[in-house]
Design a protein around this ligand. Structure first.
Ligand code: PNS
Length: 159
């Protein structure tokens, strides 16, 4: 069976925690679609096109990973594209309630769609895009938080 899954998120911007989950998913499944969406609860710092470009650079070495941007419901996109599971990283207990709510909503909207959680690597348990943006905008060093190939692009964008 050909397994096609999706790693959805706002990726504003992509962090090493995201790359860890995408890389591990790419070893488990035949095809990993990274879905760049707008989270209606957040106002993004990078446009969708910019976030896609950063992710494309950071996943260049992963041949079974493709980056897409779309609007609308994740559950509908998965149905249209033959995607059977959502793969997400779980960092801490604090993530659980929100992730559980999303997983149950997506299951209701598309009963064929499973949600699979990968435990975050302990090195990235604390990491979030919001934290990266805050540290970078205050002049802090983000080199251990984001992929090397996108580090300067993030700093330039924040100037
Ligand atoms: O990285 P984020 O911001 O936690 O990602 C949240 C995201 C984009 C995955 C979520 O907001 C989402 O799935 N949005 C698409 C709209 C949708 O399908 N909403 C209903 C299920 S939550």
């Amino acid at each position: 069976m050909h397994t096609k899954v999706i790693c959805p998120g706002s990726f504003d911007p992509v962090t090493l925690g995201h790359i860890d989950i995408i890389t591990r998913a790419s070893k488990m499944f035949d095809c990993v679609v990274v879905g760049v969406l707008n989270n209606l609860a957040k106002s993004p710092m990078f446009t969708t096109a910019e976030r896609i470009a950063l992710l494309e650079k950071a996943t260049q070495g992963l041949p079974n990973v493709e980056i897409v941007g779309f609007d609308g419901l994740l559950a509908d996109y998965a149905r249209e594209q033959g995607i059977t599971a959502i793969v997400k990283g779980l960092r801490a207990v604090s993530d659980f309630e929100y992730e559980f709510q999303q997983a149950l909503t997506n299951k209701k909207l598309n009963p064929e769609l499973e949600t699979v959680f990968l435990t975050s690597n302990s090195e990235f348990m604390y990491l979030s895009s919001s934290m990266v943006k805050q540290v970078a905008s205050l002049g802090g060093d983000i080199s251990s938080f984001v992929p090397e190939c996108v580090h300067d692009e993030i700093l330039n964008r924040l100037k």
